[in-house]
Design a protein. Structure first.
Ligand SMILES: Nc1ncnc2c1ncn2[C@@H]1O[C@H](COP(=O)(O)OP(=O)(O)OP(=O)(O)O)[C@@H](O)[C@H]1O
Ligand SMILES: [Mg+2]
Length: 369
């Protein structure tokens, strides 16, 4: 879809991009990350011809972007610029409608599209279309910036630190919204960030840059497992094993779980300890099959009974959803002092469990020292 071929970009004597080559597949989210000044924004601008390379070429669908008329090219490429860039004298509807207006869509079509996009990004059109940028929170302004880039439904989206200006909590909300949106829209996205956790959360592939060069590219989990050099090792941090767990979903690492109805707990708990403490956790459910407690195996091999006394549990506190990451599962497991976390459906039913031993094994297998 997008390909950089031996691209060099010089500003006068300074080399901002120093011979980079990489490819971004269709419907892929490629995250460019690296220290300030390493050439991320420059790389984006080479894609939509806001800048021309000094040598090499950027291809879009196999054709050099230099062969397209710049205006036509940009219609197919939405751009969310660094620091939002909403025009202060225009209201939300006018800001979102900039590209459709340039494309001379008639008014009713523009208005319909604006309302559709506001719905899409979770802002009530009736409430927001007439607001001015100064009347928006930071997170709302970021969402409008994304809506504006999506206005003409371009297949390619360039996003330059789109959530950089919001506080960490709201940034996480925007990231989750973006992930959901992208599953629906399936754009080819080039996303620039400073934030490694953001990259891990959103990227199909990560390109790590330094001084205008690519130092490593690949899937987040592979980069965290095998940093190419000391720069990447330092960049991803000493807790890369933990960060890597954020790349895996609970649903892919779930084991079957044993459940028993509440009435049977007394009998099961008193059962003799036949095989020396090698029992699974028994998740206890009520008449609606919702998790209400557990019997944990007694680790004392000499104990007469297999399980410790019944413990009441709150599904919200101990359970994880199938879509959660293994990092979340681990924090539940450690937070509760358990050996596994139950995987819970929206209705509170036990779908399976994630075991601490499986998480440990996944790390031991994947991580290079
Ligand atoms: N118009 C320009 N003229 C001269 N040098 C420039 C120009 N724009 C950028 N540069 C230089 O090119 C290098 C790369 O800049 P770029 O904006 O691509 O960095 P970046 O990775 O986006 O940084 P940041 O994370 O701070 O946004 C920097 O050293 C910058 O000073
Ligand atoms: Mg930049």
């Amino acid at each position: 879809m997008i390909e950089f071929q031996d691209v060099v970009k010089q500003y006068n004597t300074q080399t901002a991009i120093d011979d980079i080559s990489f490819t971004i597949g269709e419907a892929e989210v490629c995250v460019l990350i690296g220290p300030s000044g390493c050439g991320k924004t420059t790389s984006l601008k080479l894609i939509n011809r806001m800048l021309e390379p000094s040598s090499g070429a950027v291809l879009l669908n196999g054709k050099p972007v230099g062969s397209f008329n710049p205006e036509q090219l940009r219609r197919g490429i939405g751009y969310v610029i660094q620091s939002v860039g909403l025009l202060p004298h225009m209201n939300v509807a006018e800001n979102v409608g900039i590209v459709p207006r340039l494309l001379k869509w008639e008014r009713s079509r523009r208005e319909k599209r604006t309302d559709e996009l506001l719905d899409l990004i979770g802002l009530d059109p009736g409430l927001y279309r007439g607001k001015y940028p100064a009347q928006l929170s930071g997170g709302e302004a970021q969402r409008i910036g994304v809506a504006r880039a999506l206005a003409a439904d371009p297949p390619v989206l360039l996003m330059d630190e789109p959530f950089g200006a919001v506080d960490p909590l709201n940034r996480e909300i925007l990231q989750l919204e973006f992930a959901v949106l992208q599953r629906k829209l399936r754009k080819t996205v080039v996303f620039v960030t400073h934030d490694l956790d953001e990259a891990i959360r959103l990227a199909d592939t990560v390109v790590i840059m330094k001084d205008g060069r690519i130092v490593q590219q690949g899937q987040p989990a592979d980069i965290l497992a095998h940093p190419a050099d000391n720069f990447v090792r330092q960049f991803v941090g000493a807790d890369r094993a933990l960060k890597r767990l954020a790349c895996f979903q609970v649903v892919d690492h779930m084991q079957s779980a044993e459940t028993i109805p509440r009435e049977q707990t007394a009998k099961r708990q008193q059962a003799p300890n036949g095989d020396g403490g090698q029992h699974p956790v028994l998740w206890v459910t009520n008449a609606d099959h919702a998790l209400v407690g557990m019997l944990e195996p007694d680790p004392d091999h000499h104990s007469a009974v297999a399980y410790r006394p019944y413990v009441e549990l709150h599904a919200d506190e101990v359970g994880v959803r199938p879509v959660a990451s293994l990092r979340e599962a681990l924090s539940r497991i450690l937070g509760q002092g358990l050996r596994a976390a139950p995987v819970i459906s929206e209705e509170g039913m036990v779908l399976g469990e994630v075991r601490l031993s499986d998480i440990e094994e996944l790390n031991q297998r994947g991580i290079a020292r």
